[in-house]
Design a protein around this ligand. Structure first.
Ligand SMILES: Nc1ncnc2c1ncn2[C@@H]1O[C@H](COP(=O)(O)OP(=O)(O)OP(=O)(O)O)[C@@H](O)[C@H]1O
Ligand SMILES: [Mg+2]
Length: 497
């Protein structure tokens, strides 16, 4: 385990990508046996800093000390040898290998063994699982595991390599509330054993539950650092964003006008007899535990997995949705849940991504109107608050949260009649979250149907005036949120309805 009091010290680290100054001189100190949260707005440099610590990026300038020793040039292999393990959002597990192979993999690399011995790999894996209290079949292929279990595999792999510092970049985005609790227990245990832990997370409630200390960055610079107790919510948000963020509750006035009416919508095995009316002004939330059918309703309305029976009426007209093409024809937009695989072309420019779902509008006799496409993209970059240097930058160079904002922009640019957003602000910072919500409220008031599918109860209560709770494919019927509290909503979610 970690021997010195301070495991890692970064002194005025800078990292430039050409003209983009991602880190302008960041200092960070991580102690053994502490859970240190690295916080800050999208694009402030958190992931870049982590990549400097893991040796994936060379710092442009600055000093790095590990256990008191100055490190001149940190390579990825040095970083691992010195006990640094990073778990990125995609966990970097190999789906077509078994649990045991995945866990033992780096160990073979690190010890210089030429071949992985089967028996040894299994034993290592079982030992690692025991340490964190995970129970998985070591012989099962990783592709068959849930997201939470894939993450467990990544943690097991990290700890058998003698990790002294474990860094988790947004580890909870794809986890359910129960899974987050389990992860917290494991993290606290590792901390008790003296491991240093760094976590990036945009959900303030979760940070308060796990962090001992905080370092907040803004724009590639340090803003504040201290024990979590020193930051009440107001100070935290102020440090993150540089201003206060209004926590408005959206409760629109009542309009008669029906935008979407869904009657008896059924897809066997997914959901049954779903009924709701979304009127002008409404922001309708759909929630439920994982596997409740909440996502499937979005998939059906967007034609990804169409419903079998029932009717959908959009702006007074009955429509049939059998495919995505049908949905797009009726101007239905869908911000998918899994932004990394469904939403974006990472190796294309921001501009190409932004106009991807509305390309017809830029088609001229002489070809595509690139000037107009770029202008529109730049407008969206500003409206949605995306930290991008140009509309022509590669999608891949955007930070996670900024990429997510552009998925939303892409669909807003289609001028939809109905926009369904599944987990729209996952990975988005508090300030930008509020901005995105305001945009959605404005659209709803103009008569565009807005549906938010989410398990973020706070987000739902603040932004949806109506809610549907799903359980085993059955719906609760429409619930007016009124002055409902988060605790009441939790109660409803866990009740028999
Ligand atoms: N390979 C790259 N080339 C050019 N710019 C980059 C590259 N990687 C990151 N950047 C830029 O560096 C800045 C910091 O990005 P980083 O990914 O570190 O942000 P972050 O704090 O992790 O944000 P988020 O909360 O959205 O994940 C951003 O402006 C980003 O666009
Ligand atoms: Mg990031």
């Amino acid at each position: 385990m970690c021997m010195a009091d301070t495991f890692l010290k970064l002194d005025h680290v800078k990292k430039y990508f050409g003209g983009v100054k991602a880190l302008k001189g960041v200092s960070l100190e991580v102690k053994c046996g502490e859970i240190h949260c690295l916080a800050g707005e999208n694009g402030c440099g958190k992931s870049t800093l982590i990549k400097v610590i893991s040796g994936a990026h060379n710092a442009t300038e600055g000093e790095i000390y590990i256990e008191g020793k100055r490190i001149d040039k940190l390579t990825p292999i040095d970083s691992i040898r010195m006990g640094i393990q990073v778990i990125y959002q995609d966990f970097a597990v190999f789906p077509n290998l078994s649990v045991a192979e995945n866990i033992a993999m780096n160990h073979a690399l690190m010890t210089g063994a030429k071949k992985m011995k089967w028996k040894e790999a299994r034993e290592l894996a079982l030992h690692a699982m025991e340490q964190i209290g995970a129970h998985m079949d070591p012989d099962i292929l990783v592709e068959r595991l849930s997201v939470a279990n894939k993450q467990m595999v990544a943690i097991c792999r990290a700890i058998i390599n003698d990790a002294k510092l474990l860094i988790l970049d947004e580890p909870t985005t794809a986890l359910t509330a129960n899974e987050v609790e389990k992860l917290n227990i494991i993290i606290r245990n590792l901390k008790e054993k003296g491991m240093a832990i760094v976590i990036v997370n945009h959900k303030l409630d979760e940070i308060y539950r796990i962090a001992d200390r905080l370092t907040i960055l803004r724009n590639g610079e340090n803003v504040a650092t201290g024990m979590i107790e020193e930051f009440d919510r107001a100070r935290f948000v102020k440090c993150l964003t540089g201003h206060e963020v209004a926590d408005d509750i959206y409760r629109p006035e009542y309009f008669e006008e029906e935008i979407v009416k869904v009657e008896n919508l059924t897809k066997k095995g997914a959901f049954e007899n779903v009924n709701f009316t979304l009127r002008k002004g409404d922001v309708l939330g759909i929630t439920g535990l994982l596997g409740s059918g909440r996502g499937e309703i979005g998939d059906a309305l967007f034609g990804l997995a169409p419903a079998e029976t029932g009717t959908i009426t959009l702006n007074g007209k009955k429509i049939e949705i059998r495919s995505v093409q049908d949905a797009m024809k009726y101007k239905i937009g869908y911000v998918p849940e899994d932004r990394l695989t469904q939403g974006l072309f990472m190796d294309r420019s921001i501009c190409q991504n932004t106009v991807a779902a509305s390309i017809g509008r830029y088609m001229e006799k002489t070809g595509l109107d690139h000037k107009k496409m770029k202008e529109v993209t730049w407008q969206w970059i500003k409206t949605i608050g995306c930290a991008a240097s140009s509309s022509e930058a590669m999608m891949r160079t955007l930070s996670g949260g900024n990429a997510q904002k552009m998925v939303i922009a892409k669909w807003l640019n289609t001028e939809p009649s109905l926009l369904i957003l599944n987990g729209p602000t996952v990975g988005v910072d508090v300030g930008s979250k509020a901005d995105i919500h305001t945009i959605l409220h404005e659209l709803a008031k103009k008569g565009i149907g807005i549906m938010i599918i989410s398990d973020d109860l706070n987000e739902l209560i603040h932004n949806c005036n109506k809610l549907i709770i799903m359980k085993n494919g059955q719906t609760s019927g429409i619930i007016e949120t009124g002055d409902m509290s988060e605790a009441e909503l939790t109660g409803l979610l866990n009740s028999g309805m």
